[in-house]
Design a protein. Structure first.
Length: 137
C-alpha cells in the first residue's frame, strides 16, 4: 500500500495513520495551531521500524508549528534545536523513543539518512540530501 505524500488533519483529530500510529501522536504541542501535517513516507518508515522492533515507539515530538519551534529555539541550549527552519515544521521529522533505545537506534540508522541521538530519544527525518548524524551532547 502506498502512503500519501502528507497526512493532514486538524488539532483534536485522532484517526489512525498506520497500524501503530495516530495523528494525535504527531500533533504540535503548542496547544494553539489547528492545521497539522506529517510526511506519509515518515509514517511508513516508522511503521517498518515498529514492526521490526516488536515494541511500541513513543513519539515525543512530531509536527511543530513555527511558533512552537521559535519557543524551543529560545529555551534550549545551542545545538538542541534547528537554527533555521526545522524539519519538524515541514512535517518530515519526529523525535522518538522506546524501551530498547539501542535497538531502535540501530534500526533507524538503517532506515534514515538524518538522525540525531540524545540520551533519551532519537530525532529522525526524511532529509535525503546527504547523510547526517549528530549527537545532542
Amino acid at each position: 500500500m502506498t502512503s500519501p505524500l502528507y497526512y493532514r488533519w486538524r488539532r483534536g483529530d485522532n484517526r489512525m495513520l498506520s497500524t501503530h500510529f495516530s495523528c494525535l501522536e504527531f500533533t504540535c504541542t503548542c496547544g494553539i495551531c489547528a492545521e497539522q501535517c506529517i510526511s506519509g513516507a515518515l509514517i511508513a518508515a516508522l511503521e517498518r521500524i515498529r514492526t521490526k522492533l516488536g515494541l511500541s515507539i513513543k513519539i515525543t515530538s512530531g509536527f511543530r508549528c513555527a511558533a512552537k519551534q521559535a519557543t524551543l529555539r529560545g529555551s534550549l541550549p545551542s545545538g538542541h534545536t534547528a537554527v533555521g527552519r526545522s524539519s519538524h515544521e515541514d512535517g518530515i521529522a519526529a523525535d522518538i523513543t522506546s524501551a530498547d533505545l539501542g535497538r531502535l537506534r540501530d534500526l533507524c540508522e538503517a532506515e534514515f539518512k538524518a538522525i540525531g541521538i540524545a540520551h533519551t530519544f532519537l530525532h529522525v527525518d526524511m532529509r535525503v540530501d546527504k547523510v547526517r548524524r549528530w549527537d545532542y551532547a
